[in-house]
Design a protein around this ligand. Structure first.
Ligand code: GLN
Length: 604
């Protein structure tokens, strides 16, 4: 089945394939060999999916589009202040190849015109024996997710005819914007412009810029996080030469074009677009490229100032420990207390990008909750980025809450765990799972309300096992004499998922964990039982295979009711069997009721 998105691209391609306006660049003789009919459109999403139509795999030279990316490399090499002192960020209003330098300082207006781009080349360092062009080629290759090669013919052709760019180079030398003989820098610039790309490469480079500098296909970091907005900033204000104002008004996407016929556009945080069609307009922008981008932006509402493009607030869901608890099962009385005081523990589930505007409502909620809670757990499962401002504010609010006696914990932080820890939230505030975080908070709350409560219940006799709570002394004696006993060491698997279920276990000492195997040695804890409780009743009752593993977490002693014994009891002592079944039914009712409370809290 064809996606409707591909259809949009196909329609656009058909709409403009027959357009015959514009002229293939010929001031660099080799460029004039391009076929005016080549035409490709590609969209790359932030998660690395490509939609393509037309000549998206035809190679052509990147030309000026390289300027945007090598500006990123110069910023990484020299830092922002150093670069800004030498190259401005102001639209020039002149043609791309104008010898336009600011009066007085001689600084180029911006890095997107030739003067600024040549100056930018001069800022790139030679490191570890690697030349500037080698470093530029590697940098751009990382953005594209594939090795980019120089088109030697085009490079030679441009180098032989690039007298105007040489003049610019010497002017830059004159003003000390370039501090060495400009010859090699100019060759670097010509080579950089001659790197071969495809329309799909451009889209991926765009998606890399949209994806905080991570190439969404290789997953590799290509552009330093802190300079992504600088690169997009100059693209937005200066990327389309002296048509940049019109462009941002009509299309509204940071973009860069090149005389090879390429246009790279970015919807920050969302996607990259590559368009390729060699015929150019007077400003040197691809004619079909501009039309395609204008239509795409309008038809898919991609303008970056689109008023509906509002990020969702980061607060996805909120509940407390009277609704949702850790997976560990507690004795009934303890559990009742926990439910009663559970509102002292609050869980806030966060989502999306954390930046000032999305994180601010979370802070508001934290400040409000501080009046009611002792523990607040932030669940980061659905958070895909955390910016520096949110980290700073998270740290501040964490500190203030601590002063107010409220413990703030982060869990499921995944790849954000490191920055969160580095931002000053101590190890004790970071938990791998919400389950573990809840258990820790529950223990603290319980310690306050039931000071004599023991977290690890002591061994019990049959009399104190819930399953037999309705049995009389004679019945207990009968059971005691007939049930098998088993002991397990910590780490032993007592029940293997998939196996036959012929046994019901009554735990008299120690504790066991029910685990759902997630593969790769990972598992999710579903339940924890301790002495006095029974387990394995589900599959025992309906004779289905075991649905999860049960593993001893401490030395375990248990008694076992086998299916054979249970049937025998049914014949000889039907009242006893009824009591046991009745107790199991009550426990299942209880569990179902708890599950319903949890589900309704989690559906909110
Ligand atoms: N190499 C080309 C030049 O300097 C790049 C110009 C462009 O793509 N606008 O002339």
């Amino acid at each position: 089945m064809k996606s409707p998105v591909s259809h949009v691209l196909k329609v656009l391609h058909e709409r403009y394939a027959t357009l015959r306006e514009g002229k293939v660049a010929d001031y660099i003789p080799e460029l004039s060999k391009a076929n005016p009919d080549w035409f490709g459109i590609c969209i790359a999403t932030r998660d690395g999916h490509l939609y393509e139509v037309g000549d998206t795999r035809q190679k052509f030279t990147i030309q000026s589009i390289s300027k945007a990316l090598s500006y990123g490399l110069a910023l990484e090499d020299r830092g922002e202040d150093h670069v800004l002192k030498r190259i401005g960020v102001e639209p020039s209003g002149d043609a791309f190849n104008a010898i336009s330098l600011k009066p007085g300082s001689g600084a180029p207006f911006n890095p997107m015109i030739n003067a600024g781009a040549i100056a930018t080349c001069g800022q790139i360092l030679k490191i570890d024996g690697e030349s500037r062009i080698e470093r530029i080629a590697k940098y751009l290759s990382r953005c594209a997710g594939g090795q980019l090669e120089i088109d030697e013919e085009i490079y030679r052709s441009e180098s032989m005819t690039g007298h105007r760019n040489r003049a610019i180079g010497w002017m830059l030398r004159n003003f000390d914007i370039i501090e060495e003989e400009p010859r090699e820098i100019l060759e670097t610039y010509f080579q950089q412009c001659s790197l071969k790309v495809t329309c799909a490469d451009l889209a991926v480079m765009g998606a890399t810029l949209a994806n905080q500098g991570f190439n969404p296909i290789t997953g590799e970091r290509a552009i330093a996080h802190e300079y992504v907005d600088n690169v997009l900033g100059v693209m937005a204000s200066c990327g389309m030469y002296d048509w940049s104002g019109e462009w941002i008004y009509r299309v509204g996407l940071p973009a860069k074009s090149g005389v090879g016929g390429g246009i790279l556009a970015v919807l920050p945080g969302q996607l990259g677009i590559g368009v390729f069609s060699p015929p150019l307009d007077e400003q040197g922008n691809s004619v079909r490229g501009i039309r395609v981008c204008m239509d795409l932006a309008r038809e898919l509402s991609l303008h970056m100032f689109n008023p509906s493009a509002v990020p969702q607030p980061a607060l996805r869901r909120s509940y407390n420990a009277s609704q949702v608890n850790s997976r560990r099962r507690l004795p009934a009385i303890t559990f009742r207390e926990l439910r009663r005081y559970g509102d002292r523990i609050r869980v806030l589930e966060l989502q999306g990008p954390l930046l000032f505007s999305t994180f601010e409502p979370v802070i508001r909620e934290l400040v409000k909750q501080a009046a009611y809670c002792q523990h607040i757990i932030l669940n980061f499962t659905y958070v895909f980025s955390v910016d520096a401002v949110s980290l700073r504010m998270l740290h501040q609010v964490w500190q203030q809450l601590a002063e107010a006696g409220v413990r703030l914990i982060c869990c499921h932080a995944g790849r954000h765990g490191h920055p969160i820890a580095a931002a000053g939230l101590g190890e004790e505030s970071l938990f791998t799972t919400e389950d573990a975080a809840l258990e820790s908070c529950e223990n603290e709350v319980l310690a306050g309300i039931l000071p004599h409560h023991e977290m690890v219940p002591p061994p019990v006799g049959l009399l104190d096992c819930t399953l037999f709570s309705r049995c009389d002394a004679a019945e207990l004696e009968l059971l005691g004499s007939r049930m098998e006993s088993a002991s397990y060491a910590a780490g032993d698997t007592i029940i293997q998922s998939g196996s036959r279920a012929d046994e019901l276990f009554v735990l008299t000492s120690g504790s066991v964990e029910v685990r759902l195997n997630l593969g790769n040695k990972r598992y999710q804890r579903l339940d924890v039982f301790s002495s006095g409780m029974s387990f394995g009743e589900l599959a025992f009752l309906d004779a289905s295979p075991r649905s999860a593993d049960v593993v001893a977490t401490a030395g375990v002693e248990c008694r076992i009711i086998t299916r054979a014994l249970f049937e025998e009891i049914g014949h000889a002592h039907p009242a006893l069997k009824a009591k046991i079944l009745n107790e199991i039914a009550l426990q299942l009712c209880d569990r179902l009721r708890q599950a319903n409370i949890e589900i309704s809290a989690l559906r909110n």
